[in-house]
Design a protein. Structure first.
Length: 245
């Protein structure tokens, strides 16, 4: 089923995951690059939607700002742990990154003992990637679960594509989208969320409950609509942006 055109533009708002959705997954989380064509596409589409376009990602706000600079969009980072509204107001600072210090040390020793695995420290969350060492998946899963358990109920493990992340409980991409939908310029519009991974399913539920549309990318998750890969997402965005203009 063809993904919807965002027409008329004052009726729709758009939420976009980044890795695996706008950008192909890289071998490591540190190799991601956004090109000028994508920045231009997002800027034009945001303008046509009256600013009702937000990134909803597992990356931090600081990382995404650097990745898409000089473009500055509303963002939910770290799977909803932190959020910047269209007004520029920030939320999420109450989560103390130092609570993960012991976990960081343990996970750093873990990846040092398993060549090919990588530690991604995002401040308020921390992730272990094993894309370059898939044979370690079982060991990494058990080890990360044990570390998360030492942190008590305030933290849990979030699984992604060849990675596991320890993050605060009580936050999700769905919660972040719900918060955006209570604020201008998103309020009162039909939401569309495009994502590719398990972390996006909460967001799919929220937009569908609001009469909007979920668009799954690739094979890992299912939504109301489907696009094959980030290249197809960008083609759809270009088509939707043209229809909105």
């Amino acid at each position: 089923m063809r993904a919807p055109d965002l027409l008329p533009p004052d009726e729709w708002c758009l939420f976009l995951d980044v890795d695996g959705t706008l950008l192909e997954l890289a071998d490591t989380p540190f190799d991601t690059v956004a090109d000028d064509a994508l920045r231009t596409l997002l800027r034009r589409l945001s303008e046509r939607l009256g600013g009702a376009l937000a990134l909803v990602s597992g990356r931090s706000i600081g990382y995404l700002d650097a990745l898409f600079a000089p473009l500055r969009l509303p963002i939910a980072g770290l799977h909803g742990v932190e959020r910047r509204a269209a007004s520029g107001a920030l939320s999420g600072s109450a989560v103390d990154a130092s609570r993960l210090d012991a976990a960081r040390a343990t996970l750093a020793a873990l990846v040092a003992a398993h060549p090919g695995t990588l530690l991604e420290d995002k401040g308020r969350t921390v992730a272990v990637h094993f894309r370059l060492a898939p044979h370690t998946a079982s060991v990494i899963r058990h080890a990360v679960a044990r570390v998360a358990a030492t942190l008590g109920p305030a933290y849990h493990t979030q699984e992604g594509d060849m990675m596991l992340e320890i993050k605060p409980t009580g936050f999700s991409k769905g919660d972040a989208i719900d918060a955006f939908l209570r604020e201008p310029p998103f309020a009162g519009r039909k939401p569309v969320f495009v994502g590719d991974d398990l972390t996006d399913l909460d967001g799919f539920k929220v937009v569908e409950s609001r009469g909007g549309a979920s668009i799954a990318v690739g094979p890992r998750v299912t939504g109301r609509y489907h696009l094959a890969d980030p290249r197809a997402v960008r083609a759809w965005l270009a088509r939707a942006g043209s229809a909105a203009g």
